[in-house]
Design a protein around this ligand. Structure first.
Ligand SMILES: [Zn+2]
Length: 335
């Protein structure tokens, strides 16, 4: 098994002080007392049935038209209900709807846990795979929570994000250009909420899954973000926090860049998710650049790497005193 070299292998902890930077020694850590739940709440609708069916039908058409990317499987791949992922599906009793759209978060083509025998992280209980969308402002914030011991996806968080500093007209153009071609612009308009609200809901979600706690003591429950590149957490999150006039939350202090892990483990450079998927012979599912689909695909790359024996370690860390200063912990890394 490969051993990754690190300048510093300090334990990664998401800290309970969610809205400000504090030096590690001044913060308490998460406690783990209850296992994460697999049940997801379906809340009241914010959209009409017609709107819903239209947007998802066009989504399915868009996905189906990407013929080469549709996997050959005994159970036909289905597009995910993007109202469901945001806890807003009101058609959970409708059999036709359930047959047409995926309403679970099981990983399609997941590798069997039996293959997963090694120890994959010295310090972490969970990996939080994150893949933001939106270059000007964040438009989508998807997170998959993966159990480091079983490799299962145990929970997820997904929100479309409404830009804070754009006119309605610009938002409409932006969304048309970005999500129109994927056929999910309608669901975006139906569900997107401001970044500040997304972060508030994300923190509630983390609390529910015991990824953060105001309680002191108890067994530790540790998680770290896993991203494909440094851009998401190093660059985009702080930018969006500034635009939204928020402090950078303290859980964005460190992360694991899968590209650096990949380089050090396989001794090959991968420019992006698609390269990694090609080289590992993993078929891309869903729509590339739909954040929730990319997150699942990155999670499948992660699963493959875990089975191959990779040990995950933090690859980048902010200076607690000067958060914009990021220290990269691997000597060999993708720049
Ligand atoms: Zn649904």
């Amino acid at each position: 098994m490969e051993v990754l070299k690190m300048a510093n292998s300090r334990v990664s902890l998401l800290r309970h002080s969610l809205n400000s930077f504090l030096p590690p020694s001044a913060t308490s850590t998460f406690t783990l007392s209850i296992l994460p739940t697999r049940r997801f709440i379906v809340s009241a609708s914010i959209s009409s049935r017609e709107t819903f069916v239209d947007s998802l039908s066009s989504q399915e058409a868009a996905v189906s038209s990407a013929g080469s990317e549709t996997p050959k499987m005994s159970n036909r791949w289905k597009p995910t209900c993007l109202y469901f992922t945001q806890e807003k599906c009101t058609m959970m009793q409708d059999l036709t709807h359930l047959q047409k759209f995926n309403h679970s978060f099981s990983m399609e083509n997941a590798l069997t846990p039996g293959e997963y025998k090694n120890k994959h992280s010295e310090h972490l209980d969970f990996f939080l795979v994150l893949d933001l969308e939106g270059k000007v402002e964040i438009l989508e914030f998807p997170v998959l929570m993966i159990d480091a011991n079983t490799m299962d996806v145990v929970a997820f968080f997904h929100r479309f994000v409404r830009p804070s500093e754009m006119s309605e007209e610009r938002i409409n153009q932006y969304i048309e250009g970005k999500y129109g071609k994927l056929g999910v612009d309608r669901v975006w308009h139906d569900t997107a909420i401001p970044f500040k609200d997304v972060i508030e809901q994300f923190e509630e979600w983390m609390t529910k899954h015991n990824l953060c706690s105001k309680e002191h003591g108890g067994p530790l429950h540790r998680a770290a973000f896993v991203t494909c590149g440094n851009w998401d957490i190093k660059t985009k999150i702080p930018q969006q926090c500034k635009v939204a006039k928020m402090k950078l939350p303290s859980y964005f202090m460190e992360w694991i860049n899968l590209k650096d892990i990949y380089l050090n483990f396989y001794k090959r450079r991968a420019a992006g998710m698609r390269t990694m998927m090609n080289e590992l012979n993993i078929q891309l599912l869903g729509s590339h650049h739909l954040g929730i689909d990319d997150t699942k695909n990155i999670a499948r790359v992660l699963q493959r790497m875990l089975i191959d024996g990779v040990v995950l370690k933090i690859t980048a860390r902010r200076n607690p005193q000067v958060p914009e200063n990021v220290e990269f912990l691997f000597e060999n890394r993708i720049k």
